[in-house]
Design a protein around this ligand. Structure first.
Ligand code: ATP
Ligand code: MG
Length: 582
Protein backbone atom coordinates (compact mmCIF):
# COMPACT_ATOMS: atom_id res chain seq x y z
CA UNK A 1 0.00 0.00 0.00
CA UNK A 2 1.17 3.52 -0.78
CA UNK A 3 -0.16 6.27 1.42
CA UNK A 4 -0.02 9.79 0.01
CA UNK A 5 0.63 12.61 2.44
CA UNK A 6 -1.47 14.86 0.16
CA UNK A 7 -4.58 12.93 1.16
CA UNK A 8 -3.55 11.29 4.46
CA UNK A 9 -5.86 12.28 7.31
CA UNK A 10 -3.09 13.97 9.20
CA UNK A 11 -2.40 17.43 10.55
CA UNK A 12 0.84 17.78 12.46
CA UNK A 13 1.12 20.52 15.07
CA UNK A 14 4.00 22.92 15.70
CA UNK A 15 3.17 23.43 19.36
CA UNK A 16 2.97 20.96 22.19
CA UNK A 17 -0.56 20.51 23.53
CA UNK A 18 -1.04 22.66 26.63
CA UNK A 19 -2.09 19.75 28.87
CA UNK A 20 0.85 17.51 27.96
CA UNK A 21 3.70 16.95 30.38
CA UNK A 22 5.47 13.82 29.19
CA UNK A 23 7.29 13.46 25.86
CA UNK A 24 5.13 10.62 24.52
CA UNK A 25 1.95 12.62 25.06
CA UNK A 26 3.36 15.75 23.42
CA UNK A 27 4.77 13.90 20.44
CA UNK A 28 1.85 11.55 19.79
CA UNK A 29 -0.48 14.56 19.67
CA UNK A 30 1.88 16.79 17.68
CA UNK A 31 2.63 14.06 15.14
CA UNK A 32 -1.09 13.41 14.67
CA UNK A 33 -1.30 9.91 16.14
CA UNK A 34 -4.00 10.53 18.74
CA UNK A 35 -6.52 13.22 19.63
CA UNK A 36 -8.11 13.87 23.00
CA UNK A 37 -11.86 13.46 23.39
CA UNK A 38 -12.24 13.57 27.17
CA UNK A 39 -9.98 13.17 30.21
CA UNK A 40 -8.44 9.74 29.67
CA UNK A 41 -10.25 9.24 26.38
CA UNK A 42 -8.37 9.35 23.09
CA UNK A 43 -9.15 8.73 19.43
CA UNK A 44 -6.66 6.98 17.21
CA UNK A 45 -5.88 8.64 13.88
CA UNK A 46 -4.50 6.65 10.92
CA UNK A 47 -0.84 6.74 11.96
CA UNK A 48 -1.60 5.91 15.59
CA UNK A 49 -3.91 3.09 14.67
CA UNK A 50 -1.23 1.50 12.51
CA UNK A 51 1.23 1.47 15.41
CA UNK A 52 -1.43 0.21 17.81
CA UNK A 53 -2.31 -2.62 15.43
CA UNK A 54 1.35 -3.57 15.03
CA UNK A 55 1.81 -3.77 18.79
CA UNK A 56 -1.43 -5.71 19.12
CA UNK A 57 -0.26 -8.17 16.48
CA UNK A 58 3.01 -8.91 18.29
CA UNK A 59 1.09 -9.53 21.50
CA UNK A 60 -1.39 -11.76 19.67
CA UNK A 61 1.34 -13.82 18.00
CA UNK A 62 3.07 -14.56 21.29
CA UNK A 63 -0.21 -15.43 23.01
CA UNK A 64 -1.11 -17.79 20.19
CA UNK A 65 2.38 -19.29 20.40
CA UNK A 66 1.73 -20.49 23.97
CA UNK A 67 -1.55 -22.02 22.90
CA UNK A 68 -3.80 -19.33 24.31
CA UNK A 69 -7.05 -19.00 22.34
CA UNK A 70 -8.53 -15.64 21.48
CA UNK A 71 -12.14 -14.86 22.29
CA UNK A 72 -13.98 -11.59 22.82
CA UNK A 73 -16.39 -10.45 25.50
CA UNK A 74 -18.51 -7.35 25.48
CA UNK A 75 -17.24 -4.46 27.59
CA UNK A 76 -20.80 -3.75 28.71
CA UNK A 77 -21.61 -6.33 31.36
CA UNK A 78 -24.37 -7.14 33.84
CA UNK A 79 -23.73 -6.48 37.50
CA UNK A 80 -24.54 -9.96 38.87
CA UNK A 81 -21.25 -11.80 38.23
CA UNK A 82 -19.33 -8.90 39.73
CA UNK A 83 -21.64 -8.95 42.74
CA UNK A 84 -20.91 -12.64 43.22
CA UNK A 85 -17.23 -11.82 43.72
CA UNK A 86 -17.96 -8.59 45.59
CA UNK A 87 -16.00 -6.62 43.02
CA UNK A 88 -19.10 -4.56 42.18
CA UNK A 89 -18.50 -2.95 45.60
CA UNK A 90 -14.78 -3.53 46.11
CA UNK A 91 -13.78 -1.76 42.92
CA UNK A 92 -15.04 1.48 44.42
CA UNK A 93 -15.06 4.66 42.35
CA UNK A 94 -12.80 3.16 39.66
CA UNK A 95 -15.72 1.17 38.25
CA UNK A 96 -17.94 2.74 35.60
CA UNK A 97 -21.47 1.74 36.62
CA UNK A 98 -24.55 2.46 34.54
CA UNK A 99 -28.21 1.58 34.21
CA UNK A 100 -30.16 0.39 31.21
CA UNK A 101 -33.68 1.59 30.30
CA UNK A 102 -35.19 -1.04 32.59
CA UNK A 103 -33.15 0.30 35.44
CA UNK A 104 -30.92 -2.79 35.56
CA UNK A 105 -27.34 -2.25 36.72
CA UNK A 106 -24.51 -2.64 34.27
CA UNK A 107 -20.83 -1.91 34.28
CA UNK A 108 -18.10 -1.22 31.80
CA UNK A 109 -15.58 -3.95 32.50
CA UNK A 110 -12.26 -2.96 34.12
CA UNK A 111 -11.06 -6.57 33.69
CA UNK A 112 -12.90 -9.84 33.02
CA UNK A 113 -12.04 -12.58 35.57
CA UNK A 114 -15.71 -13.21 36.33
CA UNK A 115 -16.76 -13.58 32.71
CA UNK A 116 -13.93 -15.92 31.75
CA UNK A 117 -14.61 -18.12 34.78
CA UNK A 118 -18.30 -18.32 33.92
CA UNK A 119 -17.52 -18.97 30.26
CA UNK A 120 -15.28 -21.94 31.09
CA UNK A 121 -17.81 -23.24 33.60
CA UNK A 122 -20.48 -23.09 30.90
CA UNK A 123 -18.49 -24.99 28.28
CA UNK A 124 -16.25 -27.43 30.14
CA UNK A 125 -17.00 -30.17 32.65
CA UNK A 126 -14.40 -32.95 32.51
CA UNK A 127 -10.79 -32.99 33.73
CA UNK A 128 -9.92 -34.03 30.18
CA UNK A 129 -10.87 -30.55 28.99
CA UNK A 130 -8.10 -28.91 31.02
CA UNK A 131 -5.78 -27.01 31.02
CA UNK A 132 -7.02 -24.14 28.90
CA UNK A 133 -5.89 -20.55 28.44
CA UNK A 134 -8.14 -17.93 26.89
CA UNK A 135 -7.47 -14.31 26.07
CA UNK A 136 -8.90 -11.23 24.48
CA UNK A 137 -7.59 -7.90 23.26
CA UNK A 138 -10.29 -5.48 24.14
CA UNK A 139 -11.07 -2.06 25.54
CA UNK A 140 -11.21 -1.78 29.29
CA UNK A 141 -12.81 0.98 31.32
CA UNK A 142 -11.59 2.38 34.61
CA UNK A 143 -12.58 5.68 36.11
CA UNK A 144 -8.99 6.43 37.09
CA UNK A 145 -8.54 9.10 39.76
CA UNK A 146 -5.82 10.72 37.68
CA UNK A 147 -6.03 9.95 34.00
CA UNK A 148 -2.62 11.05 32.89
CA UNK A 149 -0.16 11.53 30.14
CA UNK A 150 -2.48 10.89 27.22
CA UNK A 151 -2.84 7.20 26.44
CA UNK A 152 -0.40 6.23 29.20
CA UNK A 153 -3.19 6.18 31.76
CA UNK A 154 -6.55 6.27 30.08
CA UNK A 155 -10.04 5.70 31.35
CA UNK A 156 -10.72 3.62 28.25
CA UNK A 157 -7.69 1.66 27.08
CA UNK A 158 -6.78 -1.45 25.14
CA UNK A 159 -5.64 -4.42 27.21
CA UNK A 160 -4.69 -7.96 26.41
CA UNK A 161 -6.04 -10.01 29.26
CA UNK A 162 -5.59 -13.74 29.49
CA UNK A 163 -6.71 -16.31 32.01
CA UNK A 164 -5.37 -19.79 32.61
CA UNK A 165 -7.41 -22.65 34.03
CA UNK A 166 -5.60 -25.62 35.54
CA UNK A 167 -6.44 -28.71 37.56
CA UNK A 168 -3.37 -28.51 39.80
CA UNK A 169 -1.03 -26.01 41.42
CA UNK A 170 1.80 -27.39 39.28
CA UNK A 171 -0.31 -26.77 36.21
CA UNK A 172 -0.87 -23.18 37.31
CA UNK A 173 2.88 -22.72 37.80
CA UNK A 174 3.43 -23.96 34.26
CA UNK A 175 0.80 -21.64 32.79
CA UNK A 176 2.33 -18.78 34.75
CA UNK A 177 5.80 -19.65 33.47
CA UNK A 178 4.51 -19.83 29.89
CA UNK A 179 3.02 -16.37 30.20
CA UNK A 180 6.16 -14.99 31.77
CA UNK A 181 8.21 -16.33 28.85
CA UNK A 182 5.69 -14.98 26.33
CA UNK A 183 5.81 -11.54 27.93
CA UNK A 184 9.59 -11.56 27.75
CA UNK A 185 9.33 -12.36 24.04
CA UNK A 186 6.77 -9.59 23.47
CA UNK A 187 8.74 -6.90 25.25
CA UNK A 188 12.02 -8.05 23.70
CA UNK A 189 10.48 -7.94 20.23
CA UNK A 190 9.33 -4.41 20.99
CA UNK A 191 12.90 -3.55 21.89
CA UNK A 192 11.85 -2.17 25.26
CA UNK A 193 14.12 -1.43 28.18
CA UNK A 194 12.22 -3.11 31.02
CA UNK A 195 12.60 -5.00 34.27
CA UNK A 196 10.60 -7.76 35.90
CA UNK A 197 9.91 -7.06 39.53
CA UNK A 198 8.33 -9.15 42.22
CA UNK A 199 5.15 -7.31 43.11
CA UNK A 200 5.36 -8.36 46.76
CA UNK A 201 8.06 -9.81 48.97
CA UNK A 202 6.65 -13.27 48.51
CA UNK A 203 4.48 -13.55 51.59
CA UNK A 204 1.88 -14.97 49.21
CA UNK A 205 4.19 -17.70 47.96
CA UNK A 206 7.19 -16.61 45.95
CA UNK A 207 6.50 -15.52 42.43
CA UNK A 208 2.73 -15.37 42.81
CA UNK A 209 2.77 -12.02 41.08
CA UNK A 210 5.27 -10.12 38.99
CA UNK A 211 5.13 -6.84 37.17
CA UNK A 212 6.91 -5.83 34.00
CA UNK A 213 8.04 -2.22 34.25
CA UNK A 214 9.33 -0.22 31.31
CA UNK A 215 12.14 2.00 32.49
CA UNK A 216 11.09 5.65 32.12
CA UNK A 217 11.82 8.78 34.13
CA UNK A 218 8.22 9.78 33.73
CA UNK A 219 6.89 6.53 35.22
CA UNK A 220 4.63 6.46 38.24
CA UNK A 221 6.11 3.30 39.73
CA UNK A 222 9.33 3.42 41.70
CA UNK A 223 11.59 0.43 41.77
CA UNK A 224 15.15 -0.25 42.77
CA UNK A 225 17.84 -2.12 40.94
CA UNK A 226 21.35 -3.22 41.65
CA UNK A 227 24.22 -1.27 40.19
CA UNK A 228 26.02 -4.54 39.45
CA UNK A 229 23.58 -7.40 38.97
CA UNK A 230 20.25 -7.91 37.25
CA UNK A 231 18.40 -7.57 40.55
CA UNK A 232 15.31 -5.37 40.37
CA UNK A 233 12.34 -5.15 42.71
CA UNK A 234 9.42 -3.07 43.73
CA UNK A 235 10.26 -1.09 46.82
CA UNK A 236 7.67 -3.18 48.69
CA UNK A 237 9.56 -6.35 47.83
CA UNK A 238 13.06 -5.31 48.92
CA UNK A 239 14.38 -7.49 51.73
CA UNK A 240 16.93 -5.66 53.87
CA UNK A 241 19.97 -7.85 54.57
CA UNK A 242 20.58 -8.15 58.33
CA UNK A 243 24.12 -7.41 59.53
CA UNK A 244 25.78 -10.13 61.66
CA UNK A 245 24.89 -10.16 65.35
CA UNK A 246 27.51 -8.71 67.71
CA UNK A 247 28.64 -9.55 71.19
CA UNK A 248 26.74 -7.78 73.99
CA UNK A 249 29.61 -8.25 76.47
CA UNK A 250 31.87 -5.40 75.43
CA UNK A 251 29.15 -2.75 75.20
CA UNK A 252 29.05 0.16 77.69
CA UNK A 253 26.18 0.21 80.16
CA UNK A 254 22.99 1.99 79.21
CA UNK A 255 22.77 5.46 80.75
CA UNK A 256 19.74 7.74 80.89
CA UNK A 257 20.44 11.39 80.04
CA UNK A 258 18.42 14.58 80.26
CA UNK A 259 17.59 15.58 76.73
CA UNK A 260 14.98 18.31 77.04
CA UNK A 261 13.27 19.66 73.92
CA UNK A 262 14.34 16.88 71.61
CA UNK A 263 11.16 15.92 69.84
CA UNK A 264 12.97 15.34 66.55
CA UNK A 265 15.87 13.07 65.67
CA UNK A 266 17.97 16.05 64.54
CA UNK A 267 17.49 17.88 67.84
CA UNK A 268 18.27 14.66 69.75
CA UNK A 269 21.52 14.07 67.85
CA UNK A 270 22.54 17.65 68.57
CA UNK A 271 21.89 17.40 72.29
CA UNK A 272 23.54 13.96 72.67
CA UNK A 273 26.66 15.19 70.90
CA UNK A 274 26.83 18.11 73.36
CA UNK A 275 26.93 15.61 76.26
CA UNK A 276 30.60 14.96 75.40
CA UNK A 277 30.45 11.18 75.63
CA UNK A 278 33.69 10.79 73.73
CA UNK A 279 31.90 9.69 70.54
CA UNK A 280 30.08 11.43 67.75
CA UNK A 281 26.53 10.26 67.18
CA UNK A 282 24.53 10.47 63.98
CA UNK A 283 20.86 9.89 63.26
CA UNK A 284 21.74 6.31 62.29
CA UNK A 285 22.78 5.65 65.91
CA UNK A 286 19.34 6.49 67.21
CA UNK A 287 16.46 4.07 67.46
CA UNK A 288 13.21 5.71 66.47
CA UNK A 289 10.03 4.08 67.71
CA UNK A 290 6.97 4.62 65.56
CA UNK A 291 3.59 3.59 66.88
CA UNK A 292 0.78 2.38 64.69
CA UNK A 293 -2.36 0.40 65.23
CA UNK A 294 -3.51 -2.45 63.05
CA UNK A 295 -6.77 -4.28 62.53
CA UNK A 296 -7.37 -7.53 60.69
CA UNK A 297 -10.36 -7.75 58.34
CA UNK A 298 -13.45 -8.61 60.32
CA UNK A 299 -11.79 -7.84 63.68
CA UNK A 300 -13.41 -5.28 65.97
CA UNK A 301 -10.42 -4.02 67.91
CA UNK A 302 -7.30 -2.25 66.89
CA UNK A 303 -3.98 -3.56 68.14
CA UNK A 304 -1.01 -1.34 68.92
CA UNK A 305 2.28 -2.07 67.21
CA UNK A 306 5.63 -0.43 67.97
CA UNK A 307 8.16 -0.29 65.14
CA UNK A 308 11.81 0.38 65.98
CA UNK A 309 14.04 1.59 63.18
CA UNK A 310 17.27 3.55 62.77
CA UNK A 311 16.51 7.24 63.23
CA UNK A 312 17.92 8.22 59.85
CA UNK A 313 15.09 6.40 58.10
CA UNK A 314 11.37 6.95 57.82
CA UNK A 315 8.76 4.23 57.70
CA UNK A 316 7.76 3.66 54.06
CA UNK A 317 3.99 3.66 53.95
CA UNK A 318 3.72 1.22 51.03
CA UNK A 319 6.18 -1.20 52.60
CA UNK A 320 4.29 -0.96 55.87
CA UNK A 321 0.98 -1.76 54.18
CA UNK A 322 2.53 -4.63 52.22
CA UNK A 323 4.15 -6.07 55.37
CA UNK A 324 0.94 -5.99 57.38
CA UNK A 325 -1.46 -7.01 54.64
CA UNK A 326 -4.34 -7.89 54.94
CA UNK A 327 -4.53 -5.84 58.15
CA UNK A 328 -5.37 -2.14 57.96
CA UNK A 329 -2.84 0.17 59.51
CA UNK A 330 -3.09 3.75 60.82
CA UNK A 331 -0.98 6.02 63.03
CA UNK A 332 -1.96 6.55 66.66
CA UNK A 333 -4.17 9.53 67.38
CA UNK A 334 -3.75 12.12 70.15
CA UNK A 335 -6.57 10.35 72.00
CA UNK A 336 -4.68 7.07 71.84
CA UNK A 337 -1.68 8.74 73.47
CA UNK A 338 -3.86 10.37 76.11
CA UNK A 339 -5.47 7.03 76.95
CA UNK A 340 -2.10 5.31 77.20
CA UNK A 341 0.11 7.44 79.44
CA UNK A 342 2.93 4.88 79.31
CA UNK A 343 3.47 6.03 75.73
CA UNK A 344 5.41 9.26 76.24
CA UNK A 345 5.19 10.87 72.84
CA UNK A 346 8.62 11.86 71.51
CA UNK A 347 10.39 9.80 74.17
CA UNK A 348 9.06 6.28 73.53
CA UNK A 349 11.57 3.51 74.13
CA UNK A 350 11.47 -0.27 73.70
CA UNK A 351 11.23 -0.86 77.42
CA UNK A 352 7.82 0.70 78.04
CA UNK A 353 6.42 -0.97 74.95
CA UNK A 354 7.58 -4.41 75.99
CA UNK A 355 6.58 -3.84 79.63
CA UNK A 356 3.05 -2.83 78.60
CA UNK A 357 2.39 -5.66 76.20
CA UNK A 358 2.68 -3.60 73.02
CA UNK A 359 4.02 -5.80 70.25
CA UNK A 360 7.44 -4.46 69.30
CA UNK A 361 9.05 -5.26 65.96
CA UNK A 362 12.34 -3.84 64.74
CA UNK A 363 14.11 -3.12 61.50
CA UNK A 364 16.38 -6.01 60.36
CA UNK A 365 19.39 -3.77 61.06
CA UNK A 366 18.57 -3.81 64.77
CA UNK A 367 20.40 -7.06 65.60
CA UNK A 368 21.70 -8.44 68.87
CA UNK A 369 24.62 -6.41 70.17
CA UNK A 370 23.73 -3.13 68.45
CA UNK A 371 23.70 -0.15 70.85
CA UNK A 372 21.17 2.65 70.42
CA UNK A 373 20.23 6.12 71.56
CA UNK A 374 16.52 5.88 72.16
CA UNK A 375 13.60 7.13 74.25
CA UNK A 376 13.74 6.53 78.01
CA UNK A 377 9.95 6.63 78.34
CA UNK A 378 10.05 9.82 80.40
CA UNK A 379 9.44 13.31 79.20
CA UNK A 380 12.74 14.95 78.23
CA UNK A 381 14.91 11.86 78.69
CA UNK A 382 16.76 9.51 76.36
CA UNK A 383 18.93 6.53 77.02
CA UNK A 384 22.34 6.02 75.40
CA UNK A 385 23.76 2.54 74.70
CA UNK A 386 20.55 0.59 75.05
CA UNK A 387 21.73 -2.71 73.64
CA UNK A 388 19.52 -5.05 71.67
CA UNK A 389 19.56 -8.55 73.17
CA UNK A 390 20.88 -7.23 76.48
CA UNK A 391 18.58 -4.39 77.53
CA UNK A 392 15.58 -5.25 75.33
CA UNK A 393 14.45 -8.16 73.22
CA UNK A 394 12.09 -7.26 70.39
CA UNK A 395 9.21 -9.57 69.39
CA UNK A 396 10.60 -9.91 65.89
CA UNK A 397 11.57 -7.93 62.83
CA UNK A 398 9.58 -5.88 60.33
CA UNK A 399 11.13 -4.64 57.10
CA UNK A 400 9.33 -1.37 56.51
CA UNK A 401 12.03 1.32 56.59
CA UNK A 402 12.43 3.35 53.44
CA UNK A 403 14.80 1.89 50.87
CA UNK A 404 17.46 4.33 49.75
CA UNK A 405 19.85 4.62 46.86
CA UNK A 406 23.20 3.27 48.03
CA UNK A 407 21.71 0.56 50.25
CA UNK A 408 23.32 -2.84 49.64
CA UNK A 409 21.51 -4.94 47.05
CA UNK A 410 19.64 -7.88 48.67
CA UNK A 411 21.49 -10.29 46.36
CA UNK A 412 24.79 -9.12 47.80
CA UNK A 413 25.98 -7.63 44.51
CA UNK A 414 26.45 -3.90 44.32
CA UNK A 415 24.24 -1.20 45.77
CA UNK A 416 20.69 -0.22 45.01
CA UNK A 417 19.78 2.65 42.77
CA UNK A 418 16.30 4.09 42.48
CA UNK A 419 14.57 4.18 39.12
CA UNK A 420 11.13 4.85 37.77
CA UNK A 421 9.03 2.72 35.52
CA UNK A 422 5.70 2.30 33.79
CA UNK A 423 3.78 -0.93 34.32
CA UNK A 424 3.36 -2.63 30.95
CA UNK A 425 2.39 -6.09 32.09
CA UNK A 426 1.30 -7.98 35.15
CA UNK A 427 1.18 -11.73 35.70
CA UNK A 428 -0.67 -13.10 38.66
CA UNK A 429 -1.44 -16.49 40.15
CA UNK A 430 -5.02 -16.01 41.27
CA UNK A 431 -5.47 -19.47 42.69
CA UNK A 432 -9.03 -20.53 43.42
CA UNK A 433 -10.60 -17.22 44.38
CA UNK A 434 -12.81 -16.95 41.29
CA UNK A 435 -13.29 -20.69 40.88
CA UNK A 436 -14.59 -20.74 44.46
CA UNK A 437 -16.92 -17.82 43.83
CA UNK A 438 -18.51 -19.58 40.85
CA UNK A 439 -17.90 -23.21 41.90
CA UNK A 440 -15.84 -23.95 38.82
CA UNK A 441 -15.06 -27.67 39.10
CA UNK A 442 -13.97 -30.35 36.70
CA UNK A 443 -15.10 -33.89 37.10
CA UNK A 444 -11.94 -35.84 37.93
CA UNK A 445 -10.88 -39.28 36.68
CA UNK A 446 -12.27 -40.71 39.93
CA UNK A 447 -15.57 -38.90 39.32
CA UNK A 448 -14.84 -36.51 42.17
CA UNK A 449 -14.96 -32.77 41.49
CA UNK A 450 -11.66 -30.91 41.24
CA UNK A 451 -11.66 -27.17 41.93
CA UNK A 452 -9.93 -25.30 39.12
CA UNK A 453 -7.03 -22.94 39.83
CA UNK A 454 -6.53 -19.80 37.77
CA UNK A 455 -4.00 -17.22 36.67
CA UNK A 456 -4.66 -13.82 35.17
CA UNK A 457 -2.27 -11.92 32.98
CA UNK A 458 -2.50 -8.42 31.51
CA UNK A 459 -0.63 -6.35 28.96
CA UNK A 460 -1.43 -2.67 28.44
CA UNK A 461 -1.54 -2.67 24.64
CA UNK A 462 -2.49 0.99 24.11
CA UNK A 463 -0.20 2.02 26.95
CA UNK A 464 2.64 0.24 25.12
CA UNK A 465 2.32 2.68 22.22
CA UNK A 466 2.98 5.55 24.63
CA UNK A 467 5.77 3.61 26.36
CA UNK A 468 7.45 2.93 23.02
CA UNK A 469 7.24 6.64 22.23
CA UNK A 470 8.59 7.43 25.69
CA UNK A 471 11.66 5.29 25.03
CA UNK A 472 12.14 6.27 21.38
CA UNK A 473 12.26 9.96 20.58
CA UNK A 474 14.68 12.83 20.14
CA UNK A 475 14.34 16.61 19.93
CA UNK A 476 12.90 16.39 16.43
CA UNK A 477 10.22 13.82 17.06
CA UNK A 478 9.35 10.16 17.32
CA UNK A 479 11.75 7.38 16.30
CA UNK A 480 9.80 4.13 16.00
CA UNK A 481 11.38 0.70 16.30
CA UNK A 482 11.03 -0.88 12.88
CA UNK A 483 8.52 -3.60 13.76
CA UNK A 484 5.89 -1.21 15.10
CA UNK A 485 6.51 1.81 12.85
CA UNK A 486 3.47 2.97 10.88
CA UNK A 487 5.42 2.62 7.62
CA UNK A 488 8.65 1.04 6.47
CA UNK A 489 9.77 3.98 4.36
CA UNK A 490 8.88 7.66 4.39
CA UNK A 491 9.57 8.92 0.88
CA UNK A 492 10.07 12.67 0.67
CA UNK A 493 9.85 14.32 -2.73
CA UNK A 494 12.09 17.32 -2.06
CA UNK A 495 11.10 19.85 -4.70
CA UNK A 496 8.18 20.90 -6.84
CA UNK A 497 9.62 19.75 -10.12
CA UNK A 498 7.32 17.27 -11.92
CA UNK A 499 10.21 14.94 -12.73
CA UNK A 500 10.97 14.61 -9.00
CA UNK A 501 7.38 13.68 -8.24
CA UNK A 502 7.37 11.19 -11.09
CA UNK A 503 10.64 9.71 -9.78
CA UNK A 504 9.17 9.47 -6.29
CA UNK A 505 5.97 7.82 -7.53
CA UNK A 506 8.00 5.27 -9.47
CA UNK A 507 10.20 4.37 -6.50
CA UNK A 508 7.16 4.17 -4.20
CA UNK A 509 5.45 1.78 -6.60
CA UNK A 510 8.54 -0.43 -6.82
CA UNK A 511 8.94 -0.52 -3.02
CA UNK A 512 5.29 -1.37 -2.69
CA UNK A 513 5.74 -4.19 -5.16
CA UNK A 514 8.45 -5.58 -2.88
CA UNK A 515 5.93 -5.65 -0.06
CA UNK A 516 7.11 -2.54 1.79
CA UNK A 517 4.70 -0.06 3.34
CA UNK A 518 5.43 3.39 1.98
CA UNK A 519 4.19 6.83 2.86
CA UNK A 520 4.89 9.21 0.00
CA UNK A 521 5.14 12.91 0.71
CA UNK A 522 3.74 14.21 -2.56
CA UNK A 523 2.53 17.53 -1.12
CA UNK A 524 3.32 20.86 -2.65
CA UNK A 525 4.93 22.01 0.61
CA UNK A 526 8.57 23.13 0.90
CA UNK A 527 11.28 20.49 1.47
CA UNK A 528 11.87 22.02 4.93
CA UNK A 529 8.28 21.42 6.00
CA UNK A 530 8.36 17.89 4.60
CA UNK A 531 11.62 17.00 6.35
CA UNK A 532 10.35 18.37 9.66
CA UNK A 533 7.16 16.31 9.35
CA UNK A 534 9.09 13.18 8.41
CA UNK A 535 11.27 13.54 11.48
CA UNK A 536 8.28 14.24 13.72
CA UNK A 537 6.32 11.24 12.43
CA UNK A 538 9.29 8.96 13.07
CA UNK A 539 9.30 6.33 10.32
CA UNK A 540 12.73 4.66 10.71
CA UNK A 541 13.89 5.12 7.10
CA UNK A 542 13.53 8.34 5.12
CA UNK A 543 14.12 8.23 1.38
CA UNK A 544 14.74 11.63 -0.20
CA UNK A 545 14.17 12.13 -3.91
CA UNK A 546 15.68 15.53 -4.64
CA UNK A 547 18.06 17.41 -6.91
CA UNK A 548 20.41 14.42 -7.02
CA UNK A 549 17.89 12.51 -9.10
CA UNK A 550 19.14 14.38 -12.16
CA UNK A 551 22.52 12.71 -11.52
CA UNK A 552 20.90 9.36 -10.83
CA UNK A 553 21.17 9.39 -7.01
CA UNK A 554 18.74 9.47 -4.11
CA UNK A 555 19.44 9.87 -0.41
CA UNK A 556 18.61 7.41 2.35
CA UNK A 557 18.46 8.70 5.87
CA UNK A 558 18.38 6.66 9.06
CA UNK A 559 15.93 8.42 11.38
CA UNK A 560 17.59 7.04 14.51
CA UNK A 561 21.25 7.71 13.80
CA UNK A 562 20.77 10.59 11.39
CA UNK A 563 23.22 8.88 8.99
CA UNK A 564 22.72 9.83 5.33
CA UNK A 565 23.85 7.91 2.33
CA UNK A 566 23.61 8.72 -1.37
CA UNK A 567 22.91 5.70 -3.51
CA UNK A 568 22.24 5.16 -7.22
CA UNK A 569 18.54 5.25 -7.95
CA UNK A 570 18.71 1.88 -9.76
CA UNK A 571 19.84 0.05 -6.60
CA UNK A 572 17.68 2.04 -4.18
CA UNK A 573 14.84 -0.48 -4.00
CA UNK A 574 17.08 -3.47 -3.48
CA UNK A 575 19.03 -1.54 -0.85
CA UNK A 576 15.89 -0.46 1.03
CA UNK A 577 14.44 -3.96 1.05
CA UNK A 578 17.64 -5.08 2.78
CA UNK A 579 17.49 -2.22 5.28
CA UNK A 580 13.87 -2.92 6.14
CA UNK A 581 14.06 -6.70 6.27
CA UNK A 582 17.38 -6.61 8.13
P1 ATP B 1 -1.51 0.65 37.24
O1 ATP B 1 -0.80 0.31 38.52
O2 ATP B 1 -0.62 1.32 36.23
O3 ATP B 1 -2.81 1.35 37.45
P2 ATP B 1 -2.84 -1.87 37.28
O4 ATP B 1 -2.09 -2.54 38.35
O5 ATP B 1 -4.14 -1.27 37.58
O6 ATP B 1 -1.89 -0.76 36.59
P3 ATP B 1 -3.63 -4.26 35.84
O7 ATP B 1 -4.98 -4.25 36.45
O8 ATP B 1 -2.67 -5.32 36.21
O9 ATP B 1 -2.94 -2.84 36.02
O10 ATP B 1 -3.82 -4.20 34.25
C1 ATP B 1 -2.95 -4.87 33.33
C2 ATP B 1 -2.19 -3.88 32.48
O11 ATP B 1 -3.05 -2.92 31.86
C3 ATP B 1 -1.20 -3.02 33.26
O12 ATP B 1 0.01 -3.71 33.43
C4 ATP B 1 -1.06 -1.80 32.38
O13 ATP B 1 -0.07 -2.02 31.40
C5 ATP B 1 -2.41 -1.68 31.72
N1 ATP B 1 -3.22 -0.61 32.32
C6 ATP B 1 -3.79 -0.60 33.55
N2 ATP B 1 -4.46 0.53 33.76
C7 ATP B 1 -4.34 1.27 32.63
C8 ATP B 1 -4.82 2.56 32.21
N3 ATP B 1 -5.59 3.29 33.02
N4 ATP B 1 -4.47 3.01 30.98
C9 ATP B 1 -3.71 2.27 30.15
N5 ATP B 1 -3.24 1.05 30.49
C10 ATP B 1 -3.53 0.55 31.71
MG1 MG C 1 -4.62 0.69 37.98
Amino acid sequence: MITRMSSLFLRTLREDPADAEVPSHKLLVRAGYVRRVAPGGYSWLPLGLRVLRNVEQIVREEMDAIGAQEIQFPALLPKEPYEATNRWTEYGPNLFRLKDRKNADFLLAPTHEEMFTLMVKGEYSSYKDYPVTLYQIQNKFRDEARPRAGILRGREFLMKDSYSFDLTDEGLSESYRAHRDAYIKIFDRLGLDYVIVAATSGAMGGSASEEFLAVAETGEDTFVRSSESGFAANVEAVVTPAPPAQSVEDKPAAVVHDTPDTPTIASLVDVVNKLDLGRTFTAADTLKNVLVKTRLPGAKDWEFLGIGLPGDREVDEKRLEAALEPAEVVLLTETDFRNNPHLVKGYIGPKALLANGVKYLVDPRVVTGTAWVTGADQDGKHVVDLVCGRDFTPDGTIDVAEVRAGDPSPDGKGVLEAARGIEIGHIFQLGRKYADAFKLDALGADSKPVRITMGSYGVGVSRLVAVLAEQNFDERGLVWPRNVAPYDVHLVVAGKDETLLAGGEKLAAELHEQGLNVVLDDRKASPGVKFADAELVGVPTILVVGRGLANGVVEIKDRRTGDREEIPVETAVEHLVKVVRG
